[in-house]
Design a protein around this ligand. Structure first.
Ligand SMILES: [Zn+2]
Length: 483
């Protein structure tokens, strides 16, 4: 059988995962309950077809909104695909660093890590991926939220469904028109923004579902707001989804076709009305969608199928792994080490709200660390471009919101601007949560944007944001709140 590119991407991710130590992976608990998790990766495919997974993530947890840290030192959202993307951002920073070092003729780097190729180039003041390089996302299961709505309702047990039904305190509301829904609240409606599912009776998270985040990458790219200053948007070439089981009363071929269509609708189809409005270089990019039937060893389905039937139902693992094989190892003899994440920080370094986590306890992909990396990269870019970036200390928020940013304009067209959330289904009692509203932005001059008046309601109106309060830290770890 000819090995396809998609199989290659899945298999290289699975073997990278298999090569990692057991610590941090799902275990069988002392009470006999086996754990499961979700695996995701972002891989590059070079023009010769070689696949290299650059960032791997596992996990199914996120912090409740009452536990968010203002210092940017924790990971609010530890779902596998979100960690994989943050790790990929770290790769982009590493690549920019390598590029500038090569430009200034720093050979030490090339000698120390001769296998490290440079995949980016600088053109007209911004980095971009070299011609012919593809970026692929693999997830071992459908992303939570909108894309898995149909799948979940076909597979969901009836008692679970009724639990969410009871959590719908206003079943007559149509969440699709009213803004965001909490978790699986109103779980049969589609094209609905949703927060991460959690138990209906738990403190909610304000992290948006993975379907919604992946869809936003189809407009904004995966490089994020900070790197948008130094990178052209980086779009996913394709997304591969595993773990799609066929319900017993369905034919596999037509079920897979339906699920693929659902993914397409969810990750770009529902954004069609803004595709003509986006400011270049931002576009509505439509990643190719593929389903894979290669099983992931620690998925819920595989755990259930391989265990004797008297074993209790598997539970989600509380831990996450972030593995970045490109990172120079602390100990070169041992090679790159994965990070194990618990409760938003590195396992073994418990943290308290209101105090910055010590360096050892911060993940290398949290906002604070990425900001520090970003600032060293712009200093290096300045060396080769006559200082186009200010190196004066700024907060994360200020760095992400430079005047006249096309990224922020595209984000506003997609989501609107933050305001008081009034119609957050399932979150009514938490009235300090912000959500986005109409497509207007005081930072943009309406005269420069004459089409402003014709902008339809942002398709992702209602997006929950932690707000400026959570992005007012600087790379040195201080807070600058009142500006
Ligand atoms: Zn998710």
């Amino acid at each position: 059988m000819v090995e396809t590119l998609h199989d290659d991407i899945v298999k290289s991710t699975h073997s990278l995962y298999a090569s990692l130590p057991a610590h941090g992976k799902p275990v069988v608990r002392s009470n006999g309950i086996p754990e499961w998790t979700i695996l995701a990766s972002i891989s590059i495919v070079d023009p010769s077809g070689r696949v290299i997974p650059m960032s791997l993530g596992t996990g199914v947890k996120c912090l409740p909104y009452t536990k968010l840290s203002e210092f940017g030192d924790t990971l609010h959202d530890c779902h596998a695909e979100i960690l994989a993307r943050r790790g990929f951002v770290r790769w982009l920073l590493r690549q920019s660093h390598l590029y500038t070092r090569h430009q200034v003729g720093d050979t030490a780097i090339a000698i120390a890590r001769e296998e490290e190729e440079v995949y980016v180039e600088l053109a007209r003041g911004k980095f971009r991926l070299k011609e012919g390089l593809q970026i692929w996302l693999y997830i071992s299961t459908l992303p939570c939220g909108d894309a898995s709505t149909l799948y979940t309702s076909a597979h969901q047990k009836s008692e679970e469904a009724s639990q969410w039904h009871e959590a719908d305190n206003n079943p007559s509301a149509k969440p699709g028109q009213e803004g965001v829904s909490r978790g699986r609240s109103g779980y049969t409606s589609i094209s609905t923004l949703r927060t991460k599912p959690g138990r209906p009776d738990s403190i909610p998270s304000i992290s948006m579902s993975c379907s919604d985040k992946i869809a936003s990458w189809s407009v904004l790219g995966v490089q994020g707001g900070l790197l948008a200053n130094i990178f052209d948007p980086v779009y996913l070439h394709g997304i591969i989804v595993g773990g799609v089981d066929t319900p017993s009363d369905m034919d596999e071929g037509s079920w897979h076709a339906m699920i693929k269509k659902e993914m397409e609708r969810s990750v770009w189809g529902r954004l069609g009305n803004i595709s003509d409005l986006l400011p270049g270089p931002y576009i509505l990019h439509r990643p190719a969608i593929h389903l894979s039937s290669i099983p992931f060893e620690h998925s819920k389905t595989v755990m259930m199928a391989t265990l004797p039937s008297e074993i209790p139902e598997p539970s989600p693992s509380p831990l996450s792994i972030s593995h970045l094989p490109f990172m120079p190892p602390k100990n070169p003899k041992k090679g790159p080490k994965p990070e194990i994440i618990a409760d938003g920080g590195v396992l073994g370094h418990p943290w308290k709200q209101g105090v910055t986590i010590k360096e050892k306890g911060r993940s290398r992909i949290c906002k604070l660390v990425l900001l520090g990396q970003y600032e060293s990269v712009i200093t290096e870019v300045n060396e080769i471009t006559n200082g186009q970036f200010t190196t004066e200390e700024k907060t994360y928020f200020e760095r992400k919101h430079p005047t006249g940013s096309d990224y922020q304009l595209a984000k506003t067209i997609l989501r609107g601007v933050p305001g008081k959330g009034t119609s957050i289904k399932g979150l009514e009692q938490f009235d300090d949560i912000l959500s986005t509203g109409i497509a207007k932005h005081e930072e943009f001059d309406p005269h420069e944007m004459s089409r402003d008046l014709d902008i339809p309601l942002p398709p992702f109106k209602g997006w929950l944001v932690a707000g400026r309060q959570f992005e007012s830290f600087t790379a040195s770890g201080s807070l600058r709140r009142n500006e």
